[in-house]
Design a protein. Structure first.
Length: 330
């Protein structure tokens, strides 16, 4: 594999990514690793347009070969094929980024998503799946917003959700303009009759008082029926009218928890009803908020699953008790 020229700079400049002690006016530095020359060119052009200082433009051999060159502030990696050697390099890159504070944006394919996701568990990397140019630009803007600035304040949870919604809408608009392929839809789930979850009461206490304990999760057949009803809307209306990936993923994980079934990241992306790149942004947000938990596969360290946190599972159980078991398509 050939690589483009590497723009060199003094070693001491690289310390800024690790310490955050950046001289005033110095632009963020960015490294690009991609085998496809067209992708390298696009990433380079968009990074410079964003005001970043591109320090390294190279192919994946620079990562696979164990090159110890510094990372820079932002690292873009295009990894459409995930073989064992490449995954090992991604794991090392993830560890280094977590140590230095560098921000990773890694693009891959649906086929390689599970393995790539499993390797990136420490740095909070953004993962893009078969992205177009708009997806890459949005991801770059999302990363740049994470760097500290005296002029910025911490966003509230409501503002963070609003920003996610706006990002999703921008991506949809850009996708329509560029005539993207149709979005992947979640497979139909078989309808099933609803069953009534019961409130759980503890034995009588002294004086005959009954103490209400945590409600059980709803019957998974009820949740699957709700999911089925939500999917049916897209047969009669534009599916983008009802985009709610966070709730669709909550429902899928609730049913899976009640079924004692593990959910892979790819399966959860499909259940979200939005493109994988958008779904991964929401998964990252929900993990950061403590709603979702990332669980590694003990038999294959390259794989990871997504589960509800205990607090989130309790909240979903309380929700289903409160709305009642006769609810229609929630």
């Amino acid at each position: 594999m050939s690589s483009q020229a590497v723009v060199s700079r003094q070693p001491q400049d690289w310390s800024y990514a690790a310490t955050g002690d950046r001289p005033a006016g110095l632009p963020l530095s960015l490294s690009i690793y991609a085998d496809r020359s067209r992708i390298r060119g696009i990433l380079n052009e968009d990074a410079q347009a964003a005001g970043l200082r591109v320090s390294v433009v190279s192919d994946l051999d620079a990562l696979i070969g164990g090159d110890a060159r510094p990372l820079g502030d932002v690292v873009l990696v295009d990894c459409p094929i995930a073989d064992g050697v490449t995954l090992a390099a991604l794991t090392r890159l993830d560890q280094r980024a977590a140590q230095t504070g560098a921000k990773l944006i890694v693009s891959t394919t649906v086929e390689a998503l599970e393995d790539v996701f499993g390797c990136l568990d420490q740095s909070g990397a953004q993962i893009l799946v078969d992205p177009d140019r708009a997806d890459r630009v949005i991801a770059l803007g999302h990363v740049l917003a994470q760097f500290p600035s005296a002029r910025l304040r911490e966003l509230s949870e409501d503002e963070r959700h609003l920003l996610m919604r706006l990002t999703e809408q921008v991506g949809q608009i850009a996708g329509r303009i560029e005539r993207l392929a149709p979005e992947r839809r979640a497979p139909d789930a078989a309808p099933a009759s609803a069953a009534k979850p019961d409130r759980v009461l503890s034995p009588p206490q002294e004086g005959g008082a009954m103490r209400l304990t945590k409600p059980a999760l709803p019957d998974p057949r009820l949740v699957r029926r709700i999911i089925r009803h939500r999917q049916l809307r897209a047969r009669h209306f534009d599916g983008q009218l009802f985009g709610d990936p966070a709730w669709d993923m909550l429902l899928d994980l609730t049913a899976a928890r009640a079924e004692h079934r593990r959910v892979s990241v790819t399966s959860l992306c499909i259940a979200s009803g939005v493109p994988p790149t958008t779904a991964l942004r929401w998964i990252g947000q929900m993990v950061e908020q403590g709603q979702f938990v990332r669980v590694g596969d003990q038999t294959d360290r390259r794989r990871a699953f997504i589960e509800l946190s205990d607090n989130c599972a309790d909240a979903m159980a309380r929700y289903f008790v409160e709305v009642g078991t006769t609810a229609g398509p929630i």
